[in-house]
Design a protein around this ligand. Sequence first.
Ligand SMILES: CC(C)(COP(=O)(O)OP(=O)(O)OC[C@H]1O[C@@H](n2cnc3c(N)ncnc32)[C@H](O)[C@@H]1OP(=O)(O)O)[C@@H](O)C(=O)NCCC(=O)NCCSC(=O)CCC(=O)O
Length: 551
Amino acid sequence: MSIAEKKKQWTDTKVAKFLTRSPERYEKFLTTSNLEIERVFTPDFDYPGYDEKLGFPGSYPYTRGVQPTMYRGRFWTMRQYAGFGNAKESNERYKYLLGAGQTGLSIAFDLPTQMGYDSDAAMSQGEVGKVGVAIDSLADVEVLFDGIPLDKVSTSMTVNSTAAILLCMYIAVAEKQGVSADKISGTIQNDILKEYMARGTYIYPPKESMRLITDIFAYCKDNVPKWNTISISGYHIREAGSSAVQEVAFTLADGIAYVDAAIKAGLDVDDFAPRLAFFFNAHNNLLEEVAKFRAARRIWAKIMKERFGAKLEKSQMLRFHTQTAGCTLTAQQPDNNIMRVTIQTLAAVLGGTQSLHTNSRDEALALPTEDSVRIALRTQQVVAYESGVADSIDPLAGSFFVESLTDQIEKAAWEYIEKIDKLGGAVEAISNGFQQKEIQDSAYAYQKAIEKNELIIVGVNKFTISEPPPTGLLKVTGEVETNQKKALAEVKAKRDGAAVKAALAKLEVAAKGTDNLIPLILEAVKVYATLGEIADVFRGVFGKHQETVVL
Ligand SMILES: CC(C)(COP(=O)(O)OP(=O)(O)OC[C@H]1O[C@@H](n2cnc3c(N)ncnc32)[C@H](O)[C@@H]1OP(=O)(O)O)[C@@H](O)C(=O)NCCC(=O)NCCSC(=O)CCC(=O)O
C-alpha cells in the first residue's frame, strides 16, 4: 500500500472515529493566503521505513504525536508551575493564572513540604514558603484549592518523596468539594529516581521509595483512574547539565525501572502503563529539541510493546509535559529571556507536547512577578493562536535535518539504555553513580565552552552592557513562616488527637508489613495528621537514604 493509501485508511478509520468524539477547532484550516493546511503532510513518494520510523499521529510508534488530531482538536494544556508563601497567596496566584487563560494548574511546594517536614520543624527554618507553597496539613490544601472546581481543572503537583501524602490530601479536598476520586484528574511527579540522580529531594532508600510508588500505581488504577501516577522526569537531569541524548536515555531508563518494579509488585503492565507520564526540558537548540521529543516517543513505544508486551495503545504512548529551560535564563538583560522562552515554546509545540510551562523572564533572579508570569503565559497563547504551527500535525517531519537528528538521538539513547541494562538497571546504575558522572561530565564541558567563548550566550559572554541592579522582584518574607507555624499550632489544637495517634499507629504497622499504604495515608490526612508526622512514621520504619558521592 502506498503512503497516500495508508493515509486515507488512517483518515477514514482512526481519525473519523476520533472526530465523532472530539471535533477539530475548525472544519478547514487555512494559511493567511487561504491555502488549505492538511491534518498531516506525508511524502508522495516511497519513503523507506516510513511505517517503522514515523507512522501516523495517534498510531505506533507515535513519532508524529499521540493524538490523531493533536492541536487541531485541542491545544496542549497551558500549565504554569506556581506557588509561594502560604496557601492563600498561592490560591490567589492560581485564580489569577486561570483568569488569564491558563488551562491547567501546577503546584510548586516549598522545600520542607517536599522533604517531609512541617513548617515548625527545625529543618524547615528559613525555607518555609520560599520556593513554593508551604503545606502542613489538609487544612492548607483546603485553602489552596478554595473556589477552584477540582472536577473541571487538572492539577499537577511537583512532589516526589511525599507524593503519596499530597495525593491523599488532594483526594480528601476533592471529596469535600463533592468530587469523588474517580472524577479528579492530574499528575504527581512521584519520580524518586531522578531525585537521587539530579534533584535531591529524596528521603527514604530506593527500595522503600519504589514501594510507595508502586502502591500509588495500584491504588490509582482502582480508585483514581484519571490520575497520572508519575511524571518520569528528564527536566531536572537536563537542568543538572546533561545533554539532550542523556536526558532522553536516563529518563526512559528510569521509566523501565518503574515498569519493572510495578510488574514485580504483581501489576499487569496494561493496568498502570496508560497513566505513566513524562516530563522533559525544552532548550534553545530548536531542531535538536524537536528531534529529541520525537525520538523519545518512538523509543518508549518500542520499549513498551517489545520489551514489556504492552497491548493497549495508551500504554505505548509517551505523553509528556514540557518546561522551558530554567538554566538557559540569564540574570543579565533579563528581557532577552522572553525570546529564549519563545524559541523553547516552539520546540515543545513542534515536538508535540501535551502540557507546557513557560518560564518567566525574571526567574534567574527570583520567583516571577505577576507581570512576568503573564508574559510567559501570553507566549504560549501567541504560539497557539497566532503562529499557525498548531494547525498541522508534526509539521517538521520529513525535514532532512530533523529526521536525521531524530534517528541519531534514538540510536545514541538506545546505546545508553543498553549500557544501563548491563549495569543492572537504572536503580543499580544510580547507586553506583553512573548517570551522575555522565551528567557531571556534560555539565563541565558545557560550562568550559562558555568560559572559553566557544559557546556564545547573548548578554553574558558577548553583547554585554552595564546594567543597574534589578528592581521590582518578588520577595517572600519571614512573616510567612511565623504565620504558618501559628496556623499549624491551631490545627493541632483543634483536631482529634486520639484519632491522629491511632491513624499514625496503623500506618506504622502497615509500613512494617506489605499492605498498600495509600488507604492508610488517606485515613491519616483526613483526621489532619500532618505531612511531617506521616513522613516521620516512614522515616522511622524505612530509614533515610544516604547519597552516593561521585568524584
Ligand atoms: C499527561 C500529561 C503530560 C498531560 O496531561 P493533560 O491532562 O494536561 O493533557 P492530555 O492528557 O494530553 O489531555 C487531557 C485530555 O484531553 C484529551 N485530548 C488531548 N488531545 C486531544 C485532542 N486532540 N482531541 C481530543 N482529546 C484530546 C486527552 O486524551 C486527555 O484525556 P484522557 O486523560 O481521558 O485521555 C500530565 O502528566 C501533565 O499534565 N503533566 C504536568 C506535569 C507538570 O506540570 N509538572 C511540573 C513540574 S515543575 C518542576 O519540576 C520544576 C522544576 C523543579 O521544581 O525542580
